[in-house]
Design a protein around this ligand. Structure first.
Ligand SMILES: *Cc1c(COP(=O)(O)O)cnc(C)c1O
Length: 368
């Protein structure tokens, strides 16, 4: 039996027809850039996240970079972030001219507030917290560090759209949130897309300007920036996708619950606290024999991913260009493995994955 890690095909006939109809609507009115669907999407998605404003952008990377720019992060500043994320998080900081400072992670794979605390200096401008694997960080602890030192807290919710922490939805934490809607993400577009959320009207205005070459009234350039606008076609399809989201998230949670029950005595499975509702962008297990387990699963037709082989500060781009403290993270990246968790998996496929993990035998890492 083959089990793919992702399946981005549109297999549901109703959804397929809806997409064709939606695209044809956009082709008929012809406003391919900044068409009316952009505003409709921004309104709908900001209500979903519990924010006043949304600025749609071209990618998750754009969302982070432009959000940092709107907070006036630049050369001479330090921004503390996690050591374990997709490299876009660190790149967004570095591209502003600021220095990324990498904090260690906890067993839940999210940034460790105790590590953040130790890294704050006079140059620290803010904290960029990534909700890794679709689990919101310990936002209360991070918010209190931020207010104690008078620095900003910003959220990278690229993996956590729809996740809940203490009754609040991802996208609503900190002064500003950046989120990716690339096709792999939980709220997925049909190509590259992202959005930025905030509650401050001035910040929102600044973001709108930064999104289009730093211009106001289309012509006057106030500061250099890039063109990071979302295509109308993506906004139009995302509007419908939001309605499909509850069933997508429920299915992922059901899949995760199935794995939890089946394999938690064999590998270390994700833990959800009573105030957390994770969305399982990835279902990341930890194994003391990770590479052998990956190979064993592959032999049984099961595709898995290591996210990530390297911490961000271990990437060549950041060898000489960063600071931090990430000893625990260095151990954890040797153990992580993402199992297929997507909503199109069948019960038979899930069972096949679980049974194969069991057949491989127990490999729970020692607590350190
Ligand atoms: C996917 C992702 C991004 C980048 O988003 P793109 O839309 O691919 O540019 C940034 N941060 C995290 C945590 C991500 O998972």
């Amino acid at each position: 039996m083959k089990v793919s890690f992702l399946d981005l095909r549109i297999t549901d006939q109703d959804e397929f027809n809806e997409i064709i109809e939606t695209i044809s609507g956009v082709l008929k009115h012809g406003k391919l850039v900044m068409g009316p669907e952009i505003e409709t999407f921004e309104q709908k998605v900001s209500v979903y996240c519990g924010r006043k404003f949304c600025v749609s952008v071209g990618s998750g990377t754009d969302s982070l970079y432009l959000a940092l720019r709107s907070l006036e992060v630049g050369p001479g500043d330090e921004v503390i972030t996690t050591s374990l994320s997709w490299i876009a998080t660190a790149n967004a900081i570095a591209l502003t001219g600021a220095i990324p400072v990498f904090a260690d992670i906890n067993d839940d794979l999210n940034i460790d507030p105790a590590s953040v605390k130790k890294l704050v200096t006079a140059k620290t401008k803010g904290i960029l917290a990534v909700n890794y694997t679709g689990k919101v960080c310990d936002m209360d602890a991070l918010a209190s560090i931020a207010s104690e030192h008078n620095i900003f807290l910003m959220e990278d919710g690229s993996q956590s759209f729809g996740a809940i922490y203490k009754g609040k939805t991802s996208g609503s934490f900190g002064i500003i949130s950046g989120i990716s809607h690339n096709p792999m993400k939980v709220l997925a577009a049909l190509g590259e897309a992202g959005s930025i959320f905030c509650d401050d009207a001035d910040l929102n205005d600044r973001l709108i300007s930064l999104r289009y070459n730093g211009t106001v009234n289309r012509e006057t350039c106030m500061e250099p920036s890039l063109n990071g606008r979302m295509d109308t076609i993506h906004a139009a399809n995302l509007i419908n996708r939001i309605d499909r989201l509850p069933s997508i998230i429920n299915q992922r949670r059901e899949n995760a619950a199935f794995y939890d029950k089946a394999i938690s005595r064999y590998v270390q499975t994700p833990v959800q606290k009573e105030y957390e509702r994770d969305v399982y962008y990835t279902y990341t297990i930890r194994s003391s024999r990770r590479d052998d387990l990956k190979e064993y699963l592959e032999q049984q037709g099961i595709e898995t991913k290591i996210q990530h082989q390297l911490l961000m500060p271990q990437q060549p781009a950041y060898h000489n260009n960063s600071k931090g403290d990430f000893t625990k993270g260095e151990q954890i990246v040797k153990e992580v493995l993402c199992l297929p968790i997507h909503e199109k998996l069948t019960k038979e496929q899930l069972t096949h994955v679980a049974e194969t993990v069991k057949k491989f035998g127990p490999s729970i890492p020692q607590k350190n």
